[in-house]
Design a protein around this ligand. Sequence first.
Ligand code: NAD
Length: 252
Amino acid sequence: MRLEDKTVVITGGGSGIGRETARRCAESGATVVVADIDLSAAEETVAELRDGGATTDAYELDVRDPDGVRSVVDATAEEYGLDVMVNNAGIAHDYADMEEVPLDVRDRVVDINVNGVWNGCRAAIPHLKAQESGAIVNTASLAGLIGSPGSSAYSLSKGAVVNFTRTIAAELGPHGVRANAVCPGIVETPLVTGDREESEWEQLRDRMAENYPLGRLGRPEDVANAIRFLGSEEAAWITGHTLTVDGGFSCA
Ligand code: NAD
C-alpha cells in the first residue's frame, strides 16, 4: 500500500485502532498527524513514528470542539496538505438495558462518536473538495449495523456514522472525494479490555472468541489495514462503502 506524499490526520490516534492506523500509514510513507484528547498518548504515538523516520505531529484535540478540529485540520493542510481524514476517536459505555442508560452518558457518547465525526468531516471537506481528491474514513462499528444488546447509546451513535458516511460519499463523489466507514467487531484495545485484570480479560476474550468463525477477537492491525486501504488510491473506486471487519461474526 503506497501513501508516499500523502498526509493523513487520525483522531483518537493515541491508542488502539488509531495508533495502529498511524503506524501502518507511516509505514506506507504517509505524513501522519495524530490528534487525541490525551496529548501524552498522541505524543507517544508520534515519538514512535518519528523514530521510524516518519514526518509526524501530535495535537491535543477534543473532537467535540468544532473550532479545535478545524484548527488542527487547517494547520495540517497548510503545512503538509491533506489527503486522508480518519475520524476514529470514539468511546463506549457500560453495558445496561436501554432504559437504564443515563441521559448524560447517551449525550456524551453521541457527542464524541457522532458530532466528533461530523466535526472532522466538516473541517476536512473544504480542503479535499478544493483539491478534488482525497478520502475520509470513519470508524463506525458492527454495533452500527446489527443489534447490540446493552450498548444502545453506542449503537445509536455508530448507526448514525454508517449512514452519514453514505450521505457524504454521495455529496463528495462529484468532487473527486471518497468517504467510507469501517465496522469492526470486538477488537482488543483499551476501549474493550478496560480496567479488567489480565486473567479476567483472557477468560472473557476466549468466551467471546467462540462466536467468531475465525476463532479470535480482532487485533488493532486488522482494522488499521482496512482503514489504510480505504484511504489509499488502491480504493479509488470505492466510496459510500461500509467495510465490516469482524472475523465473520456477522455471517455466523
Ligand atoms: P481506544 O480507547 O483504544 O482509543 C480511542 C482513542 O480515542 C483514545 O486514544 C482516546 O483518548 C481518544 N478519544 C476519546 N475521546 C476523544 C475525544 N473526545 N477527542 C479526541 N480523542 C478522543 O479505543 P479503540 O478500540 O481503538 O477505538 C477506536 C474507534 O474504534 C472508536 O471509534 C471505537 O468506537 C471504534 N470501535 C472499536 C471497537 C473495539 O472493539 N475496540 C469495535 C468497533 C468500533
